[in-house]
Design a binder for this molecule. Sequence first.
Ligand SMILES: [Zn+2]
Length: 591
Amino acid sequence: MLLAILYSANNRLSIKNHEMSLNPSSLSRNSFLNIFKSSQVPAILLVAAFIMLTGNHSLFKGILNIYPLTVSNIPFLASLALFFTLLTAMFFLVICHGKLTRWMLALFLVIASQSAYYMDHFGVIIDTVMIDNVMQTNAHEFAGLITPALVMNTILFGLIPAWMILKITPRITDMKLEIKTRVRYLVLFFILIILLIVPFIAGYTSFIREHRIVRFAANPTYTTYSAIKYATQQLSISKNTVLHKTAEDGVLLDPPSSKKELIIMVVGETARADRFALNGYKRDTNPLLAKENIVNLSNVTACGTSTSVSVPCMFSSLGRSKYDKETALEQENILDVLAKNGIEILWRDNNSDSKGVATRMVYEDFKTPTYNPSCEGECRDIGMLSGLDKYIASHKDKDMLIVLHQMGNHGPEYYRRYPKEFERFKPACQSGELRDCSQEEVNNAYDNAILYTDYFLSEVINFLKRYDNHYETAMLYVSDHGESLGEHGIYLHAAPYIIAPKEQTHVPAVVWMGQNFEYKAKDLEPYKDYAFSHDDIFCTLLVAYEIESKTCEAKNGLLARNRNLKYYANNVNTSDPSPVISLADRPQKHI
Ligand SMILES: [Zn+2]
């Protein structure tokens, strides 16, 4: 329909502007080619139609899920298809101008082919969080995402059409005429959109109000909207340099004579709770942790569904409901608060980076052999324990927090996340193209990587045991987010939180406490199935270092909650200070 409209409209223009050949066959061919010479509009419409046809499989799949292809739905479905096509065409008509038009169209074709590939293959949505992930992806991670299917897709639906559009889009000499033509098309399309909506006004109202998520798959309009929003966010972040104070009233209660704290916090990567045997998974993925005197927290929810949200969020005092990247980066996080109370902080990273959390801390990159002695193509998490004895010896009179940011289960190449001897579940998918592997192969590769994390965490505990006589030792492990492994046709993570499946938000968490630590496993055991979340980490760490602050008075960090309970048990004359009763004021979220 678009092509028919542009053909007839441009014929009117081209009669004025171009000579006609007398040969009837060349007349028709020339007329068709001439429409591409008189204005940039036809090229723009062609790109809009091409992207709608090849790059919006996810959008139409989502629409068909809501309105199945039945005879009665066909008129509305056709109306929706035209609506999105016209909207895309109008979008290009408004933003592509002058000499830049051909390059912008070519760029849109390539971006749309990439977005479509990730949306169709992994069921993801290209929103600001996803763009943030892409921007923070390092070369190594990027290489892991390039597959033959992606390359083929980019060539067929991105590069070749982009090359063709660069060839056929004319350079405009008469700018006034071009603007007039565009305005004419914009008005025409606007009227058409009204005509499309009017007969189905009820359908459109419900689609716009209740099915917002489906519209997120509109390619490339939503992708572009997200990119612009992301760029605006980044600009406003870099403008603000003043760091707002947090927990300024913090007081270290620990007497100087007491043993120093030595806590290792392991920030996990892409581990989902239901793949931990400790949470009842049928496979023995936690053979080593199961032997330790740990407390397994079975009901922990992530703050986000991607590293770039979850990591800054879990270290901030904002909590999920108030979290946004800009606010979090502009205020002190828990590491800043601990550091200003005299605690030595070390951040070791085998992931992408600390996502802005450790910018003011001692930071060591373990993704290369410079620091990491365990690199065999891929640098292993276990390498992060190397040289820690030296670090501890040089800070022996201080409280210490060591954060180890794992590579963990980072996808889609799960098979690269563990040494060969951990390939216990076979056959394991040996590709980043998860759809090329069977579900069993994907599960096997993913579970082998969990097995490696089990080993890594047990080694962290073994390391701390060596310091147990002289320090108050503890380990806290929590994953940043989970992972979809093909459930509902979705892979990987970073789904918008409101629609994120529990596989992406329910994360494993484990606490181990040494003999001198203020709390014991038996203190926390009664709460192991309580609904905790990343929101609880800020106050859990503050209380672990025995820092008193009003910031945590109203909050219920894991240890804060336990301390409240102790207080309650010691001060209230009752024979049954039941934890369930005393803590029941907190709404329980069941996953
Ligand atoms: Zn992550």
